[in-house]
Ligand binder design. Structure first.
Ligand SMILES: Nc1nc2c(ncn2[C@@H]2O[C@H](COP(=O)(O)OP(=O)(O)OP(=O)(O)O)[C@@H](O)[C@H]2O)c(=O)[nH]1
Ligand SMILES: [Mg+2]
Length: 225
């Protein structure tokens, strides 16, 4: 058998979505944190997008994601492999979001405080799906510094939704954000199970709902691995 057919199934694979508005730093974050060369699907920005997506704050931006980004990061100490799927930011590619969110344990929503309204759609999307998410305030150099509490209030987030400042270009910062998301998703999953009514014992041979669901980590990481 070839080497590529051998996989190490001792690592729990967890799918995570990196979302947010146009030009907020999604591709940058996936590239900064991925341990493999990231897959990107960037195309040159054309005049057709000028009326739809503002380049305010990112005037040097000349390309945009048209399908997805993909990267991977292993948290060895916690036996987890995070599979990162970055969404496109332009509205005309939002149809991709359902595919990218399917089977995910949670999402990172990146926010730029100079254009905070641009992340409303992502926040609303994940709240509607009931998918746990954390908000990362990607601090651009010329942006006014708002505290996570101020951003949480402005976005009307649930009180338990984590909000953190980050730098999408920095590996350690992006990694912290991902670990916070895994912890949050784990806590939400534990709380949901505790609140659920006890299931009747399954009939012999029948698969339970939990067997077909996306695996939830049994122990969330407590600190950067
Ligand atoms: N100063 C600064 N620039 C950043 C930061 N994060 C991203 N950038 C820059 O902002 C621009 C946009 O970043 P991208 O990673 O392409 O943003 P995106 O969210 O993937 O964009 P779309 O896919 O088009 O929605 C790039 O020129 C980045 O170099 C940051 O934290 N600080
Ligand atoms: Mg992108």
């Amino acid at each position: 058998m070839s080497d590529y057919a051998i996989s190490d199934d001792s690592f729990v694979p967890l799918k995570i979505v990196i979302a947010g508005g146009f030009g907020v730093g999604k591709t940058t974050m996936v590239g900064a944190v991925s341990e493999i060369p990231p897959l990107t699907t960037e195309e040159t920005l054309t005049a057709a997008s000028v009326d739809h997506d503002s380049l305010d704050g990112v005037p040097e931006k000349d390309a945009t994601t048209v399908a997805m980004d993909f990267g991977r990061i292993t948290l060895s100490a916690h036996r987890m492999m995070l599979l990162l799927f970055g969404t496109p930011g332009q509205k005309r590619f939002w149809f991709m979001w359902d595919h990218l969110a399917s089977g995910a344990i949670g999402a990172v929503v990146l926010a730029d405080t100079r254009r905070l309204a641009d992340c409303f759609a992502a926040v609303e999307y994940f709240e509607r799906r009931g998918l746990p998410f954390v908000v990362g305030i990607n601090e651009f150099d010329d942006a006014y510094h708002y505290t996570p509490e101020e951003v949480k209030a402005a976005l009307h987030l649930r009180s338990d939704t984590p909000v953190m400042c980050c730098d999408a270009r920095a590996t350690s910062s992006a990694r912290h954000l991902l670990i916070k998301l895994v912890e949050h998703a784990h806590a939400r999953s534990v709380a949901a199970r505790a609140a659920a009514p006890a299931e009747p014992a399954p009939e012999a041979g029948a698969a339970s709902a939990s067997e077909s669901a996306q695996p939830v980590p049994t122990s969330p990481p407590r600190s950067p691995a």
